[in-house]
Write a new protein. Structure first.
Length: 157
């Protein structure tokens, strides 16, 4: 591969990484917003963030698909590409993107844990209501015993 070819690949990769980093920063904000509402009952805000997240992820996947070939070429010609100006910059950008993804995943793990805790609390509350309902039903049976049938009339009859 020629040096001009590598320069062009590095420039394309830089542009793609810039776009991905922009999307990842937006995704980090969405992830933080989702995490902030996990302790509330604001399902609408959470769902709006989820919709925005889906849109961002679709864009990220599209860009990543376009970068796959470029990354493969740079990896195959790494020794030669590492001597081309700008290569170290894209390597650093790639590492920054990986760190940002790690931060997003960490925030998402916190959100998932908070949602799981909320689900356990909801299930516990439902179980408490069901126990109370069973107890009240039994108490009602004690307070209002069934009407006895006319067994005395049937015996003398």
């Amino acid at each position: 591969m020629t040096v001009p070819d590598l320069v062009e690949l590095i420039e394309q990769y830089r542009a793609g990484l810039d776009a991905e980093m922009n999307l990842l920063r937006q995704l980090a904000q969405v992830s933080a917003r989702q995490n902030a509402v996990t302790g509330t009952d604001d399902v609408a805000t959470f769902n709006e963030a989820a919709d925005e997240r889906d849109r961002l992820m679709q864009s990220l996947v599209t860009i990543e698909a376009g970068l796959r070939y470029i990354r493969q070429q740079l990896t195959e010609h790494r020794a030669q590409a590492s001597r081309v100006p700008g290569f170290d910059e894209v390597v650093a950008m790639h590492k920054d993107a990986a760190l940002l993804v790690g931060n997003i995943l960490s925030t998402d793990e916190k959100s998932i844990a908070a949602l799981a805790d909320a689900e356990l609390a909801r299930r516990s509350a439902v179980a408490g209501i069901e126990r109370g309902e069973t107890t009240l039903a039994a108490y009602r049976r004690v307070l209002t015993p069934p009407v006895a049938s006319a067994t005395l009339v049937n015996r003398r009859g």
